[in-house]
Design a protein around this ligand. Structure first.
Ligand code: DSN
Length: 467
């Protein structure tokens, strides 16, 4: 069969990104070079697989499919239905769930939208919810507000009261939570966090929720890969709703999932599905759903269990090595993929360590430590092991990373001293031209580039910058 020629004004439709848009192409290539040449320690990030990246970049992006498999608003969805059903099946399998007890909506665009849809499904505007406070390691979407401002839609549209960690232990104060819940009488209790290096007492949380006939929701985004790999307790036995992103420890594309109980008798299935579409979203991103399905298949494999185990072993090795240098960690250790490093004893802010780490190609983020006076200048940083474990680093490599981090802190302290000021601008000015930083950066790049890169071939990068 012969195919008719392309209209001249349409030739752009079949041209490669490199030819069609060199500007965007080079940004992508430069970012690949950055990812390969640095140590990625942001606890919420990961390096996804080539298969996930391929699925994400498919013509499935062309299709509208509002509704659910078998009940769509537009035609032409026979393959999209097959895709979404397969993704749902794999999501349940990855977490060992019985399809008679649990169902899942795989359409949320990401974690924050999944959470807002879950709140929309579970409670009414102005109803009361309790989530872990952001300065205690909780997430914005679990009801965060400050003294002056309701920050998240979860505090704007609902009435929120946080629970917190005990600043001396770094662990959730469940007793105080129970007492406060007795006064606040929440209709929804949310567990899950962005920066909590300890396990959750799901049974205690269920008991507190039951005292108020409240729903219990878990946002397992940070640890969903560990749960799939049986390296963290599963929240499913105790919760009514479980949400997650798919791109953190789960190592998929950027998206979200909402699991709902089918056996509760109050139609959570319909309420969640309606909340996702039409209440909060429009058409699902089918290319992303394909990529989630690929990631979930990988997450159910025996190899992924080994990965999850190694993620924890690496985080623990880093925690021990930092402790051996005398540093203070929230809770003193970690049981998962992340470490919350309290820099207050060093009299260094998290912002300063983040900035200097950027200069030596170590990517971390500043983070509040319980008891911090200001969220703008948090007293610590958060480190995570999931991304570098995907690059095949092992415990001894994380000990080496602790050494790099220790050297960075020492340089930062010397520079802070020299600048004669605590101001960030003076610190940044004093960092310029520092030879120790240049030397450390060289060593970090060499070390980072000695490990494989998931998702793409680092020898084929066509960067337009030198790193
Ligand atoms: N930004 C993610 C995190 O760091 O935990 C979640 O929104």
């Amino acid at each position: 069969m012969s195919v008719k020629p392309v209209d001249p004004w349409n030739t752009c439709l079949n041209t490669s990104l490199e030819q069609e848009d060199p500007e965007i192409f080079s940004i992508v290539e430069n970012e690949k070079l950055r990812q390969w040449s640095g140590l990625e320690l942001i606890a919420s990030e990961n390096f996804t697989s080539q298969a996930v990246i391929e699925a994400n970049g498919t013509p499935l992006t062309n299709k509208y499919s509002e509704g659910l498999p078998g009940a769509r608003y537009y035609g032409g969805n026979e393959f999209i239905d097959e895709l979404e059903r397969l993704c749902q099946k794999r999501a349940l399998e990855a977490f060992g769930l019985n399809p008679e007890v649990w169902g899942v909506n795989v359409q949320p665009y990401s974690g924050s939208t999944a959470n807002f849809a879950a709140l929309t499904a579970l409670i009414k505007p102005q109803d009361r919810l309790m989530g872990l406070d952001l300065p205690s390691g909780g997430h914005l979407t679990h009801g965060y507000q400050t003294q002056k401002k309701k920050i998240s839609s979860s505090s704007i549209y609902f009435t929120s009261m946080p629970y917190q960690v005990d600043p001396t232990t770094g662990l959730i104060d469940y007793k105080r939570l129970e007492e406060n819940a007795a006064l606040f009488r929440p209709q929804l209790l949310i567990c899950g966090a962005s920066a909590y290096p300890a396990e959750w007492e799901y049974d205690t949380l269920r008991k507190i929720a039951d005292q108020h006939s409240a729903y219990l929701m878990c946002d397992m985004a940070h640890i969903s890969g560990l749960i799939a790999g049986n390296e963290a307790l599963s929240p499913f036995e105790f919760c009514d709703i479980v949400t997650t992103t798919t791109h953190k420890t789960l190592r998929g594309p950027r998206a979200g999932l909402i699991f709902f109980r089918r056996d509760k008798g109050d139609d959570l299935e319909n309420r969640v599905n309606q909340a996702v579409f039409p209440s909060c979203q429009g058409g699902p991103h089918n290319n992303t759903i394909a990529a989630i399905a690929v990631a979930l298949k990988q997450a159910a494999s025996p190899e992924f269990k080994q990965y999850a185990k190694q993620v924890r072993a690496n985080a623990l090795a880093l925690a021990k090595a930092l402790s051996n240098y005398g540093y203070k960690l929230a809770t003193g250790t970690t049981v998962n993929h992340l470490i919350l490093w309290d820099l207050k004893p060093q009299k260094l802010t998290g912002s300063k360590l983040e900035r200097i780490c950027d200069m030596v190609n170590i990517t971390i983020n500043k983070n509040s430590i319980a008891g911090d006076k200001s969220a703008v200048t948090p007293g610590g940083v958060r480190l995570g092991s999931s991304a570098l474990t995907s690059r095949s680093l092992k415990e001894e490599d994380f000990v080496k990373i602790a050494e790099f981090l220790h050297r960075t802190v020492q340089i930062a302290l010397a520079v802070q001293e020299k600048s004669g000021s605590k101001l960030m601008k003076d610190f940044v000015a004093a960092l310029q031209g520092n030879e120790e930083i240049a030397q450390l950066r060289k060593e970090v790049i060499e070390f980072a580039r000695s490990f494989p890169m998931p998702g793409f071939d680092p020898t084929k990068i066509k960067a337009t910058v030198a790193i």
